[in-house]
Design a protein around this ligand. Structure first.
Ligand code: NAP
Ligand code: MG
Length: 403
């Protein structure tokens, strides 16, 4: 075997929970450590660790990404009431992704990982549909309140000079709920900039969709900022590149996406992007067949798998049963992060390795060897449905053969 690739700056490595944590270790051991003298600054974002540190570890990890520029993150549990009990937590900690994205700001770009033998569920989709998901604010940075009885709910904004602006949300006669959300022109503008720049880079049309007919101030603000930035900065370049920018209502966009042949970048607000990217990933084959990278306007990158911790598989694993969990999104999170590290640190070998690793994973599936989620959909049918570790061994063998 040739010498291992040496790294200069470290990657910020954020370990996670449940089945993805198990696969994280396997990916490193079987696919990375044999080839790279892996240099990482390790943050353990396992739920128990976040609880022990009062979630400081999550903030430290985000700060480390600011310092080193590139992070790679495993899936993590966002606790709900059941998790608080299961892990005996001090409190229902916020989503680590939400916390990290709020610190880094930016846009999460997602793309389906396509292989020849998995056909999209929507038969007219011929090209990948990319998603640009705003990574700041809205419901992810909300303030919520449970109303126990009659009373008046208001929005109050106090200016720096102490003047108050008030709007009544609702006069309650009985119990109910309220929620306050916000966003920032600066963050929305950088979201728009990132999407326009990415569409140009990928030479694809950009679609943006919100619900501005109903949300005449909030969503309309997104629409207007996109329009302004397009007109002032990108229109000419888009025309030159032969691509278009197109705004439409979110419900119209959903209908059009279904009838399209794909091949566009679809910009979405934070929550819409969460939901639509899971739908697209599933329709393209599996939640594990999607790449996800946060691109911050300050030049930081965070690579992750877009799916969760695959809880049901983990409980099986704990019982000693073998699982057939798909590790492709985790592999691509690592390859993406290593490629970026190589670019920033001028280590071309890292980029070459990332290409080979991705090719080996795709080749394995195209050879008919795949996990259960894909085997259900493969055409021609899978040659062999494999367990989690077996799949990684098959990828490792192909990676080794390539040298
Ligand atoms: P999930 O982990 O994404 O899994 C949902 C289902 O999708 C699984 O039960 C499995 O279906 C299938 N699936 C997802 N990833 C798969 C993979 N790699 N290989 C094969 N099948 C896969 O979502 P969840 O079960 O709703 O959430 C579990 C935990 O993940 C929650 O605590 C949540 O907070 C957390 N979460 C974290 C992130 C993140 O950190 N990025 C994102 C979302 C959710 P079958 O059971 O039918 O095989
Ligand atoms: Mg999601």
């Amino acid at each position: 075997m040739t010498d291992k690739i040496q790294m200069k700056a470290p990657l910020v490595e954020m370990d996670g929970d449940e089945m993805t944590r198990i696969m994280w270790g396997m990916v490193k051991e079987k696919l990375l450590l044999p080839y790279i003298n892996l240099k990482t600054e390790y943050y353990d974002l396992a739920l128990k660790k976040r609880d022990e540190t009062d979630d400081k570890i999550t903030i430290e990890a985000a700060e480390a990404i600011k310092k080193y520029g590139v992070g790679v993150k495993c899936a993590t549990i966002t606790p709900n009431a059941a998790r608080v009990k299961e892990y005996n937590l001090k409190k229902e900690w916020k989503s680590p992704n939400g916390t990290i994205r709020a610190i880094l700001d930016g846009t999460v770009f997602r793309a389906p990982i396509m292989v020849k033998n998995i056909k999209p569920a929507v038969k007219n989709w011929k090209k990948p549909i990319l998603i640009g998901r705003h990574a700041y604010g809205d419901v992810y940075k909300n303030v919520e309140h449970r109303i126990e009885g009659a009373g008046k709910a208001e929005i109050v904004f106090t200016t720096e000079n102490g003047e108050e602006v008030r709007h009544t949300i609702h006069d309650f006669n009985g119990p109910g709920i309220i929620q306050g959300i916000h966003n920032l022109d600066g963050s929305i503008s950088s979201f728009a900039e990132a999407c326009f720049a990415y569409a140009l880079d990928q030479k694809v049309d950009l679609w943006f969709a919100t619900k501005d007919t109903i949300s005449k101030t909030y969503d309309n603000n997104f629409k207007e900022l996109f329009e302004k930035i397009y007109e002032e900065e990108y229109k000419k370049e888009f025309e030159k590149a032969g691509i278009t920018y197109f705004y439409t209502l979110i419900d119209d966009a959903v209908a059009r996406i279904m009838r399209s042949e794909g091949g566009m970048l679809w910009a979405l607000k934070n929550y819409d992007g969460d939901v639509m990217s899971d739908m697209l990933a599933s329709a393209f084959g599996s939640l594990a067949m999607m790449t996800s990278v946060l691109v911050s306007p300050h030049g930081y990158f965070e690579y992750e798998a877009a799916h969760g911790t695959v809880q049901k598989h983990y409980y099986k694993y704990l019982k000693g049963e073998k699982t057939s969990t798909n590790s492709v999104a985790l592999i691509f999170a690592w390859s993406g992060a290593l490629r970026k590290r190589g670019e920033l640190d001028n280590i071309p070998e890292l980029g070459v390795f990332a290409d080979k690793l991705e090719a080996a994973a795709l080749e394995t599936i195209e050879d008919g060897i795949m996990t259960g989620d894909l085997a259900k959909l493969a055409e021609p049918p899978a040659q062999k449905t494999v367990y989690t570790a077996e799949f990684l061994d098959e990828v490792a063998r192909r990676l080794g053969d390539e040298g």
